[in-house]
Ligand binder design. Structure first.
Ligand code: CTP
Ligand code: ZN
Length: 153
C-alpha cells in the first residue's frame, strides 16, 4: 500500500462538502478557528502532521455539507496561501482550486491601530496586500501596515 492510500484511511472520503488540503500542519487549528468549525454541527474530519510529498508534512480539513463563501475562502488564503480547496459532490471531486492571497481584502481583517476610523465608527475595513510572503497588509484608512493579522468579529 502506498503512502497516499494510507493517508486515505486516516482521513476518510466524504460524500458531499469541501476538503481544505495542503494546509501547513502548524496552521490547521487556526483555520478551524477562523471558520468557526468548532461550532459546526455536521461532520468535520481533521488530519494534521500527515506526510506530504510536496510539503513534507501537511494538514487537511474535511467539512461535510459545507461550501465556503468567497469571504471564508479569502480568510483561508491569508492563513494558508498554498492550500487547495476541493469541492466534493456525490463522492466525486467537482472542483479543485489552488488558493491565492487576494490583492485587497474588505471587511475581513481588523486594523491594529486603535485610533483608526474603522475601530471608532461602524465602517468596513479595507486592506491592500503590500507583500504576500511574508504577509504584509496596509490599512486604506490610516495607512498602518501590519504583519500579524487579526480577523474581524
Ligand atoms: N477527497 C475526499 N472525499 C472524496 C474525494 C476526495 O475527501 N469523496 C479528498 C482526498 O482525500 C484528497 C482530495 O480530496 O485529499 C483530493 O482528491 P483527489 O484529487 O482524488 O486526490 P489527489 O489526486 O491525491 O489530489 P492531490 O494530488 O491534489 O493531493
Ligand atoms: Zn486602520
Amino acid at each position: 500500500m502506498t503512502g497516499e492510500n494510507k493517508k486515505e484511511l486516516v482521513v476518510s472520503a466524504i460524500d458531499n462538502g469541501t476538503v481544505i488540503d495542503h494546509i501547513p500542519a502548524s496552521e490547521v487549528y487556526k483555520v478551524v478557528k477562523i471558520l468557526n468549525l468548532d461550532e459546526y454541527q455536521d461532520e468535520v474530519l481533521i488530519g494534521t502532521n500527515l506526510k506530504s510529498k510536496k510539503y513534507g508534512t501537511k494538514g487537511i480539513i474535511k467539512v461535510k455539507n459545507k461550501f465556503f463563501e468567497e469571504k471564508e475562502v479569502s480568510k483561508i488564503a491569508l492563513i494558508a496561501p498554498n492550500a487547495t480547496l476541493i469541492v466534493i459532490k456525490n463522492y466525486e471531486v467537482v472542483e479543485k482550486r489552488k488558493l491565492d492571497i487576494p490583492d485587497r481584502v474588505r471587511n475581513i481583517v481588523k486594523c491594529i491601530n486603535p485610533n483608526c476610523i474603522t475601530n471608532i465608527e461602524d465602517i468596513e475595513t479595507d486592506f491592500r496586500i503590500v507583500e504576500k510572503e511574508p504577509l504584509k497588509l496596509q490599512c486604506h484608512y490610516c495607512e498602518k501596515t501590519m504583519t500579524n493579522i487579526r480577523f474581524k468579529e
